[in-house]
Design a binder for this molecule. Structure first.
Ligand SMILES: [Zn+2]
Length: 308
């Protein structure tokens, strides 16, 4: 079942669990996420970054959407870190039900302007929008390379940002970083900052850089208002570790022979995360909800005045 982010996270917020948002860019990664979430009966977000969209190409999403629509488990197809109106429109064109526009590295005025423009476009067709305020740190293996340390989101600014832009969800900077942490770094999620943001903002909050944070911190963040946790490095790492050892030991060449054991390694991580977020078994809370379809984009009043 395909939903948009509002439909998905409204239920999560009410029932105090979080939904995993897993980055994919090929068939194997899609299968890991969808098949494990079906096994867990856990709702999930299939998330694609613009660089991943560029890699897997537009037509790939016809397959992803068909696979999701044929599932009894609710899924959202979401653009991760949209970097321009062009990337947002491309996602809409590809059938995504949700987008993120990331203006967090821009000035306040520019971030508000591009986020508001995205909301104006997306809400006409029923697509949800995630904004970002404050930035998410970077551990050296992912985007935003010039930022080594995250900037914490100011709770009062978060309230103003949501009011001015009309975003549906907000990614906040509370001390996580993208990628996998070096062994000498102990990450810390600042629960106090998160609580102050929750006091000011009523929409679901998003945690980026959720890979390899200690489980107890993630669980605490979920208890304190985080409804979506982004996971990319963790499950891909498990999959490709197994690919590496398999290819050394096995000189075969058929994906159907080489990959199944590798998919299983990725699935173990997805299962662990679904459990951690409290999402296992929660798909049944969505039974009876109408699947999402893009809204017709014509404004009814304009239509009437022009054509009737
Ligand atoms: Zn991110």
């Amino acid at each position: 079942m395909l939903l948009n982010m509002n439909q998905l996270l409204e239920v999560a917020k009410e029932n105090k669990f979080a939904v995993g948002a897993y980055n994919i860019s090929n068939l194997e990664l899609v299968r890991i996420v969808i098949e494990q979430c079906e096994a867990d009966n856990a709702p999930a977000i299939i998330e694609v970054h613009p660089t991943e969209v560029a890699y897997c190409k537009n037509d790939f999403f016809a397959y992803v959407l068909q696979r999701i629509r044929n599932s009894k488990v609710p899924f959202v197809l979401h653009l991760d870190h949209g970097d321009s109106i062009d990337s947002v429109v491309r996602a809409i064109h590809n059938g995504f039900s949700s987008v993120m526009i990331d203006g967090s590295l821009k000035s306040w005025e520019e971030n508000v302007a591009i986020t508001k423009e995205t909301v104006d476009i997306c809400h006409r067709v029923g697509v949800s929008v995630e904004g970002e305020l404050g930035t998410i740190g970077q551990t050296g293996t992912h985007i935003e390379e010039h930022l080594q340390k995250g900037i914490y989101t100011d709770p009062e600014d978060a309230r103003k940002f949501v009011e001015e832009t009309g975003v549906d969800t907000l990614a906040v900077g509370v001390g996580t970083a993208h990628g996998i942490y070096p062994s000498d770094v102990t990450p810390k999620i600042h629960i106090d900052i998160l609580q102050n943001i929750v006091d000011q903002v009523d929409i679901p909050l998003v945690l980026h850089g959720g890979s390899s944070n200690p489980d107890d911190q993630i669980a605490e963040a979920v208890k304190n208002g985080v409804c979506k946790v982004n996971i990319s490095s963790d499950f891909k790492h498990a999959f490709f570790d197994k690919v590496r050892t398999t290819l050394v030991e096995d000189e075969g060449w058929d994906p159907n022979h080489l990959f199944p054991a590798c998919l299983d390694e990725g699935k173990k991580v997805v299962h662990h995360k679904n459990n951690l977020f409290g999402a296992v078994g929660k798909a049944e809370l969505y039974y009876g909800i109408d699947p999402w379809r893009a809204e017709p984009y014509h404004d009814t009043d304009t239509l009437k005045s022009e054509f009737l």
